[in-house]
Write a protein that binds this ligand. Structure first.
Ligand SMILES: Nc1nc2c(c(=O)[nH]1)N[C@H]1C(S)=C(S)[C@@H](COP(=O)(O)O)O[C@H]1N2
Ligand SMILES: [Mo]
Length: 356
């Protein structure tokens, strides 16, 4: 077993903070990712919170501030369960470096996303219990981990707009794939915001605060923001995920014998949408063939796809693209989505294969 209970063959981008993604073949194997295979992204050291001493504080613009133990959460609120895909905003960043270097950022492959069955209380129920005020336009989530990259040093904090926080699919989860949350995934309690960048699904949650403005925490106000452009001096704050897809097998750089090859991957639609179609091309995007697409295991879960291709001998580049249920597609090239922070690569993925 590798670090933090992960499989031995995880691609470890950093040991402390721990950043790791599963190899494509391992990720492709199941619609619900086994916990030992689930990617992990951390900005600081993993806090060790003793469940018995841990409390969740709900405060800010609420009529009745709450302090809840894990038992309080389990006994006073109905438990809900959902199969959700979490995706880091940096997923597939490695493809962007083909366009230009993205200095100081982790070169994530296509495995900075994983799917699990999460179980917990609905955040909306807890906020209703606390009596959230109508003027609370945002709900902030805070955890005790302090990242060495945050300026100034500060505990991890981000927020989501209240309308998102109050939707019934946002969970305060204590279990993942039928077992208590492991330390690296946020024990004893984490937020799960389906369809939004992973950064908003705060681990080791200790404070939920209703407020009038978005969090000014580093990982919301500074990081996870597209850089400013001429007519947008603020820069876009990343929240909802864009449509994305990737090839998982064969892996980039694989050497294959001639003959039919099964190509597999995933697509993930944005919030409230499903993937309508995935296509692959082996000739640089002139001809495309449709892949078989799996139904999603939940409203915010990925969809795996597969197709069998007869590849010509030589160097072959396999590209994939997807459309969602609104008809939106993906940008053609990484150059079209390149940005100096390297966030959100939803350009067509490409793997290079050598066929002998
Ligand atoms: N407290 C805290 N929560 C956090 C993070 C963190 O560093 N600290 N990382 C975020 C990011 S960027 C992602 S992508 C997800 C990763 O969740 P996982 O490690 O369970 O896969 O957790 C999010 N929640
Ligand atoms: Mo992330």
């Amino acid at each position: 077993m590798g670090m933090w209970g992960k499989r031995d063959d995880m691609v470890v981008h950093g040991r402390e903070p721990f950043d790791a993604e599963p190899p494509g073949a391992a990720l492709a194997r199941a619609a619900v990712t086994p916990t030992d295979t689930f990617y992990s992204r951390n900005h600081g050291p993993v806090p060790r919170l003793a469940p018995a001493d841990w409390r969740l504080t709900v405060d800010g613009l609420v009529a009745r501030p709450l302090t809840l133990s894990l038992d309080d959460l389990r006994s006073r609120f109905d438990a809900a369960e959902a199969t959700v895909t979490l995706q880091c905003a940096g997923n597939r960043r490695a493809d962007l470096t083909a366009v230009r270097a993205v200095p100081g950022e982790t070169p994530w492959g296509p495995g900075a996303l994983s799917t699990a069955r999460f179980r917990g209380a609905r955040l909306a129920d807890v906020l209703a219990h606390a009596g959230i005020a109508p003027e609370a336009a945002h709900v902030a989530f805070q955890a005790p981990d302090v990242s060495p990259s945050a300026r100034p040093p500060q505990p991890y904090e981000v927020s989501v707009p209240s309308d998102r926080a109050l939707a019934p699919d946002v969970l305060l989860a204590w279990a993942m794939n039928g077992a208590p949350l492991p330390a690296v995934h946020g024990a004893p309690l984490r937020v799960v915001v389906p369809g939004w960048i992973g950064a908003r699904s705060v681990k080791w949650l200790t404070h939920v605060t209703a407020r009038t403005t978005p969090s000014d925490g580093y990982f919301q106000a500074v990081a996870y923001r597209l850089p400013p452009t001429g007519d947008d001096p603020e820069g876009v704050t990343l929240g909802p995920l864009p449509l994305n897809c990737a090839v998982l097998t064969p892996s980039d750089g694989a050497v294959l014998p001639r003959g039919p090859v099964e190509v597999t991957g995933y697509a993930l639609a944005g919030e409230g949408r499903t993937v309508a179609r995935v296509e692959v091309s082996t000739d640089g995007g002139r001809a495309w063939s449709r892949a078989a697409l799996e139904a999603p295991a939940g409203p915010a879960a990925w969809q795996r796809w597969r197709t069998t291709l007869d590849l010509p001998p030589g160097d072959v580049r396999v590209m994939a693209r997807a459309w969602d249920s609104s008809g939106a597609g993906m940008p053609e090239s990484p150059a079209q989505v390149w940005n100096p922070k390297g966030y959100v690569n939803n350009a067509w993925p490409r793997v290079r294969l050598r066929v002998r």
